[in-house]
Ligand binder design. Sequence first.
Ligand code: FES
Ligand SMILES: [Fe+2]
Length: 444
Amino acid sequence: MAKRNWPPDEGFSGYFHTDRPAEDAELTHVEPGTPGGEFLRRFWQPVAMAREIDDMPLRVRLLGEDLVLFRDGGGRWGLVHRNCVHRRAPMEYARPEERGLRCCYHGWLFDVDGTLLEAPLEPADSKLPGNLCQPAYPVREYRGLVFAYLGPPDERPPFPIFDTYEIPGGEMVPFAIDIECNWLQITENSIDPSHTVYLHTRSYGTQFFETWGEAPLLDFHEREHGFMFTSTRRVGDHVWVRSQDLLLPNMTQGGTVSTGDGKTPRAFARSGYTRWQTPLDTRHTRIMGWRHFNDISDPFEQGLDDPAVIEAQEIGEIRARPWEERRRNPGDYEIFLGLGPVSIHAKERLASTDRGVAMLRRKLRKGIRALAAGEVPARPGGDEFQPIPSFGGDTVVRAPKPGNGGDEALMREIATKVTDLYFDGADRSLAERRAMVADAFNLG
Ligand code: FES
Ligand SMILES: [Fe+2]
């Protein structure tokens, strides 16, 4: 990127800062044919919650494409371009049949892979059926979310199954939140955990837990598919290490949600959510994922039946709040929108807490450019150990503050040890990984 030539930093310098640099199109634009859009198309993306689809097709958008999602009478999922290949009738009015989807305009019937099965008004010997296809994409339903792969068929990766999907006795509840801005500024909010101190706690009062108001020590670890990063805080006689995952391009997992106050000793309580910041287009995003409920992280009674908790898994992402409340107690949603439809990176002044944001942009840009040069990106779920290990969660250990001012060193030591244990145990079961952490810190 071109180096900015900033005007001198001095008072009353507004006049010198009225330039309007361009969006960082390489990273943020998602439409077909854009470098970032090509990269995003190499990964499975959630497109809807299964419960949104009834016996009729649903018009959806994904990566700047107008599409129609449906389930045929045989229970098979299909995702096709919105306009019929014949004369472009909108397929959200098409009728799902026992096998495939029948366009309402002239009755052409398409299989879930787009193959034309029947063209009833054409002559009986028409060569069209079997030789013509409605453009379509592969779809996979998994635990109430419907995923699609929009990339080239020969580069389709296996559908990745993460370890957080297999927490014993756990329940996964799908959610979706529409946000009217670019996907990257929402994703970057995750890898900027220091915003919890002010936005969620000190600025206008506690939105989650008062312990979030303590400034954390931050560590960012680059991994093959993305990042694992930790926020470490002192909470009374305890040290709390909260870890998060960000997998390229747009998947994130945090720590626990309803029990994430760092006060109770615990060994690797896993993420309260898995989510994707799915671009509908460059200026619209749908956050989709699951809330995880289980006995060791977020207990069932903490919201399983409360749609507000499920769908706005962070208070800051609740949209439908009165303006007076929003202006006096802004959350993530107000920040996302206030950054503009696509935040202008050239107008930022990144600082020490933004190390993760800078690392993410570098890795993403590198991946986008490598793909443009012909390299297929590394994607989780290839030949690796399955389920794919991830690292989001909370560990809280008893470690009273040393009297000699060595608290920061102690906290760093604990954070390093926790991280090493997580990485060392990556190919083990969750029970074994938890036992490793419990043993190392006498957590019983
Ligand atoms: S436009 Fe779809 S069948 Fe004619
Ligand atoms: Fe937040």
